[in-house]
Design a protein around this ligand. Structure first.
Ligand SMILES: Cc1cc2nc3c(=O)[nH]c(=O)nc-3n(C[C@H](O)[C@H](O)[C@H](O)COP(=O)(O)O)c2cc1C
Length: 212
């Protein structure tokens, strides 16, 4: 069996202690149990936040490689490194908290550093085409309130559309909602989400097999 690589992206400001990180980690632990020798890469955006994209940083992406200044090379190498982790991954796991009605700002900054024309997507006559194909993503979304399936869920379609833009169209979401509604609803929501995560990770390999 091919050794697989899983990239776990944690977007919680609480790092490993975030509910989204813990839920995602439950999935990863279960997934690893069936994947002998699997490689797990953790990209912790809480511990190491990606800087906001600025005009200078964006210019580093646009500059021709042999014309980059040392500072621009530093920025493009940083972005290249984030992209290399994604390219290496067969499976992507994202811990996704809701903060102030949106995705964590550092996740947006991360997205801004991995969306690179010619690297992760390209423009064609028929529109943009994602270049990170053959991957599967699992998103573990945690919220204080209840939003899934309503217009107030600003995250699901945004994350789904963004990943699809990069070529990652096989994406499944698990939600733990109502975490601010009291101890009992919180425990029930986390228990249900943990069960869902466990069930997803326990699926027989062919169901999450990656197209070559
Ligand atoms: C700064 C901040 C802003 C938040 N904003 C919202 C919000 O807009 N809607 C919501 O339902 N919950 C909100 N919450 C609650 C979080 O979504 C909830 O605590 C979730 O568990 C966060 O995930 P994490 O523990 O992985 O960081 C917020 C929490 C924090 C810390």
């Amino acid at each position: 069996m091919k050794t697989r690589t899983l990239l776990q992206i944690q977007a919680s400001i609480f790092s490993d202690g975030g509910e989204s990180s813990r839920l995602a980690s439950r999935f990863v632990s279960r997934w690893k149990a069936d994947q002998p020798g699997a490689e797990v890469i953790v990209r912790d955006l809480g511990r190491e936040p990606v800087p906001h994209l600025t005009a200078e940083r964006f210019q580093s992406f646009l500059a021709k490689p042999d014309e980059r200044t040392p500072a621009q090379r530093g920025v493009s190498d940083y972005s290249d490194n984030l992209i290399a982790e994604l390219e290496r991954a067969d499976v992507i796991v994202l811990g996704l908290p809701m903060y102030n009605f949106g995705v964590p700002s550092t996740l947006k900054a991360y997205f801004d550093h991995i969306a690179r024309a010619g690297r992760t997507f390209k423009y064609t006559e028929k529109g943009p085409v994602g270049l990170l194909t053959g991957k599967k993503a699992f998103v573990f979304a945690t919220r204080g309130g209840l939003y899934a399936g309503t217009p107030l869920d600003t995250q699901t379609s945004y994350v789904r559309d963004f990943l699809r833009f990069l070529g990652i169209s096989d994406v499944e979401f698990v939600y733990a909602e109502g975490l601010a509604l009291g101890d009992a609803p919180k425990s029930a929501a986390l228990a249900k989400a943990a069960n869902d995560a466990h069930a997803l990770a326990s699926r027989p390999a062919p169901e999450i097999a990656i197209a070559a």
